[in-house]
Ligand binder design. Structure first.
Ligand code: ZN
Length: 446
């Protein structure tokens, strides 16, 4: 069988760290990642990882392999965006308000435009192409609320070669009429799209039931979502506890429940395949409820700041053993770049410390942030057996970044963790040389 060797500075997130234990902030650098500065990965003909280690070992163990040399380049696993809204991409970096006003002013009118098939197709293509150009190989996507637009998005993801967990955003109240559908219609359309696409191309494309949040889903829609997830073993993604006004709104809508998380629990939304975005303002009771159900968190630090939502307690959540990935939350977040999101995760963890003097925890460093943007995201989506790091047998999703572009000036700081720190803080739009999904080249810098 024909193998391919890709040489460069290889950074490989460690699997064993997954839950609890090493996320305590003390001496984590060696534990989070292993490094091969003069390294290589070897990929099989079927697009799986066969080896990760030194360049010399790869060359001597696979003498017949085709070799692609990437001198002065960093090779990392494909970046995973665990929370992003496709139809909002055009509004990235626009607006100044907080969540509920921003939705009404900018986002709902934009999402309505996706009723137009050709607009939906064009936007979907651009969205996935841009994500791949930034090194994102897996995305957990909220489409607009129209069935046709979600189908166009699946077609575009299929063609682009990206890996997605994706669904039609479901709403049956609390938004303009033209983007609302009845509870039953929402579920019927979602399951029809899931039937057509879930698991296609050997599992590269997966369907996720996507109730927007309790503020736009009736009790009936939430309950039907929980039932459909259980009956069809589907993922769920939704928003939880993002913004103070949102919390007041949910409390008014659901006075019979003791917390926002309780609303979801009562309707069967909390499962081991549920991804909760934001999750900033959670009580101890809510945190243990989420952990009991093994729900994952999608931490969206750029969005949390852009919409002035709040600062999430990242270190605390890591220590408590949550599955956590990072989400760009475009267009609450202003960029699809997951390296940018990783940088913000590290910075917002420092902001949390500043705001909680006396309870400081070690801030999350760049290596941990990169871990969250790769293997952490894979875990959050339940894909850690398939992707997230360079373990033999996993699918070869990876990114090659130009170190020349990341480190334009001579620097005497060249220890592996320093290279990673500069990559996380310094990687701009043009740093990605090429992106692979399942061993197939899906983006190359021209
Ligand atoms: Zn969101």
């Amino acid at each position: 069988m024909k193998h391919r060797i890709y040489t460069g500075f290889v950074a490989n997130p460690r699997s064993a760290s997954a839950r609890g234990g090493i996320h305590d902030g003390a001496n984590t650098t060696r534990a989070q990642m292993e490094y091969f500065p003069d390294g290589a990965i070897v990929v099989t003909e079927t697009g799986r990882i066969d080896f990760a280690g030194t360049r010399n070992d790869a060359l001597s163990s696979y003498p017949a392999a085709e070799v692609r040399e990437y001198p002065n380049a960093l090779i990392i696993p494909g970046l995973v965006d665990t929370h992003v809204h496709l139809p909002q991409y055009e509004a990235a970096a626009i607006g100044t308000g907080e969540l509920l006003d921003w939705l009404n002013t900018y986002i709902f009118p934009l999402e309505a435009r996706f009723a137009d098939d050709s607009y939906a197709r064009e936007q979907s293509r651009r969205f996935f192409a841009d994500a791949l150009s930034l090194g994102t190989t897996t995305m957990s996507v909220y489409c607009s609320s129209q069935r046709n637009a979600t189908e166009r998005a699946f077609e575009a993801a299929f063609e682009a070669g990206i890996r997605v967990c994706m669904g039609k955003t479901m709403m049956d109240f609390g938004a303009p009429e033209n983007i609302l559908f009845s509870a039953h219609q929402n579920i019927e359309d979602s399951l029809a799209i899931a039937k057509a696409w879930h698991g296609s191309d050997d599992g590269r494309l997966q369907y996720t039931l996507t109730p927007r949040f309790a503020g736009s889903c009736s009790r009936e829609l939430l309950r039907l979502t929980g039932d459909a997830a259980r009956a069809n073993s589907l993922r769920i993604q939704t928003h939880l506890s993002e913004n103070p006004s949102e919390l007041r709104y949910i409390a008014e809508l659901f006075p019979e429940f003791s917390s926002y998380t309780d609303v979801y629990a009562a309707h069967g939304i909390l499962t081991g395949q549920t991804v909760m975005a934001h999750s900033i303002y959670l009580s101890a009771q809510e945190r243990s409820l989420l952990r009991e159900h093994d729900c994952a968190l999608s931490h969206c630090p750029c969005s949390n700041r852009f919409l002035q939502s709040g600062v999430m307690a990242l270190r605390k959540s890591m220590r408590e053993g949550f599955k956590i990935g990072l989400g760009s939350d475009v267009a609450g977040g202003f960029s699809l770049s997951m390296l940018n999101e990783a940088k913000e995760a590290a910075e917002s963890s420092k902001t949390w410390n500043i705001l909680n003097r006396g309870e400081e925890t070690p801030p999350v460093n760049a290596e941990e942030a990169l871990w969250l943007a790769t293997l952490g995201g894979a875990e959050a989506l339940g894909l850690e057996q398939n992707i997230g790091n360079f373990v033999r047998g996993k699918e070869a999703d990876f990114v090659v970044l130009s170190l020349k572009d990341i480190l334009p000036n001579h620097s005497s700081f060249s220890a592996p963790e320093q290279v990673i720190s500069r990559a996380v803080y310094g990687a701009g739009r043009g740093a990605v040389l090429t992106t692979f999904v399942r061993g197939k080249q899906v983006f190359t810098r021209s």
